[in-house]
Design a protein around this ligand. Structure first.
Ligand code: BG6
Length: 491
């Protein structure tokens, strides 16, 4: 099945932090893929900026090197040479006025031309960069700004960052990236729910027993000790990625796919989350921290050694029972878990339907299990619908739990784009559906802040778990004591 490519209008993309990890690993490879698919329209330009000076050719050679490492099989030499000609380097210091005139001179002066500023820097620079963009009069009607999570480290700091950016750009011009929203299968959650008549009538607490979201990573903190020590798994993954997934699973059908219709519905879910605070945090949250154990490539050290702090209380694993206090979901818990140094990299949503009200089958037929819909976000994107079926043969009515199994790579034999490819093209098109609106980010913090506060006021440290295991035993107990279990799909 061939995918259709819709060209985007000509653009200038100016990347602050243009020689950083995010730019080399994610942004430039994503742009390269869109380039080789013929999605760009000339004249378009990518401007990389950093404080450290580079000759144009040296910068282009660095970009080419990054593409060879990170752009996969697509990185044929001659196309890379062509592509890097789109790149220009500007030495620029976000804290002084050095380089800003050169940046201005590099941008297309036509007020209608799309001009996007990507802040691939530490979040504490966001406000200062926005101010400088304004001071140097770089904001045109078609300008837009892209910021990466984390936006703030709590509600108050998020509001300050949003205020500072909001003084320069209107909300329609601000694109807050949560790269999970750009993942193909995350978008498929919407297709599955709203382009099929099958699921939506059952999509409520009358029919769904519980929902599980697992985002497991086998990697550790990958040299990000300073950031991670301050963030921890709740801020790094739950405040954004997992809550966004939860919103897409739980929201009411939006009136249309336009940005505000979708974001209005997600916001309602965030507002309906049952508060977790000091009164119930011990009951519905589990924090863990990895100890030395097995990594994918051999033995790995523990988190405290990774960050060089024996007393660290930062969590690298979280499991939560989340309830949504509204008519659709009252009585259906959502269990979320995420962690570093788990046995595998795997992200899945499992929707477990209620048990049948009455069985007509004799005991010898076997146990009747719940119908489960499993949506695999990564790797091996696909959908499995676990059903009870009759075991073939003449041995009487014996039942078996078996999946209708659909692997997207087999069905759509095309390259599945990386999240950033889709998101960057959406920015250029001005489509904000897959980006977080200010009120969503702040509503998510309003729910997260009391959890952080409850944890800060307890003497308990995060529970240890060995690297290479599925987190602390308490995370299993969280669901088992309610007569349920985490999905065993991949265990
Ligand atoms: C990032 C987190 O937002 O998402 C990282 O900061 C995490 O800690 C990453 O590793 C996971 O993304 P993905 O796309 O690999 O699941």
């Amino acid at each position: 099945m061939a995918s259709r490519i819709l060209k985007v209008p000509p653009f200038d993309l100016a990347v602050f932090g243009g020689t950083g990890d995010l730019a080399y690993r994610k942004l430039y490879p994503a742009l390269f893929h869109r380039y080789i698919d013929g999605q760009f329209t000339a004249p378009s330009k990518i401007i990389g900026m950093s404080r450290q000076a580079f000759e144009q050719d040296a910068f282009r050679a660095k970009v080419a090197g990054a593409l060879k490492r990170f752009a996969g099989g697509a990185a044929a030499g001659s196309t890379i040479d062509e592509f890097v000609q789109m790149f220009q380097f500007v030495t620029l210091d976000v804290e002084s006025d050095e380089g800003w005139d050169e940046l201005k001179a590099s941008l297309n002066p036509d007020p209608a031309a799309v001009r996007a500023f990507y802040l691939a820097t530490r979040p504490d620079y966001f406000a200062a960069i926005a101010k400088k963009i304004a001071a140097h009069q770089l904001v045109t009607p078609s300008a837009r700004i892209i910021v990466e999570k984390p936006i703030g480290k709590d509600g108050a700091s998020a509001a300050r960052t949003n205020d500072a950016i909001g003084e320069v750009f209107s909300e329609q011009q601000i694109f807050r990236i949560d790269h999970y929203l750009g993942k193909e299968t995350v978008q498929n959650l919407m297709a599955l729910r709203f382009a099929n008549a099958l699921f939506e009538p059952l999509w409520n607490s009358a029919h769904i027993d519980h929902v599980e979201v697992t985002v497991a990573e086998s990697i550790g903190i990958e040299g990000r000790a300073r950031y991670y020590e301050e963030a921890g798994a709740l801020r790094d993954m739950v405040q954004n990625h997992l809550l966004q997934l939860l919103c897409l699973i739980a929201m009411e059908p939006p009136a249309s796919l336009d940005a505000d219709s979708v974001r209005d519905e997600k916001l309602k879910v965030l507002k309906a989350l049952k508060p977790v605070d000091a009164s119930n945090a011990a009951e519905v949250t589990v924090r863990g921290q990895y100890r030395a154990g097995a990594g994918e490539g051999g033995a790995v050290q523990g988190y405290c050694e990774d960050v060089g702090n024996n007393y660290s209380k930062t969590e690298t694993f979280v499991a939560l029972k989340v309830e949504i206090a509204n008519w659709r979901w009252a009585g259906t818990p959502f269990y979320l878990r995420t962690g570093k140094r788990l046995p595998k990299r795997i992200s899945e949503v499992t929707v477990a339907f209620r048990e049948i009200p009455h069985s007509i089958f004799p005991e010898e037929s076997g146990i009747i299990r719940r119908t489960r819909l499993v949506i695999r976000l990564q790797p091996d994107e696909g959908i499995k619908l676990w059903l009870m079926l009759k075991e073939p043969g003449a041995g009487g009515m014996r039942l078996q739990h078996a999946p209708l199994d659909m692997n997207f790579a087999d069905v759509f034999s095309i390259y599945a784009p990386e999240a950033y490819e889709r998101l960057l093209m959406d920015v250029i098109r001005g489509n904000a559906t897959l980006f977080m609106r200010r009120d969503e980010v702040e509503a998510a913090w309003r729910w997260i802040d009391p959890i952080l506060e409850a944890w800060a006021h307890t003497e308990d440290a995060p529970r240890p778990y060995f690297a290479g295991t599925w987190g602390p035993a308490a995370a299993i107990a969280l669901v088992v004591r309610e007569g349920r279990s985490w999905s065993e799909e991949f265990a």
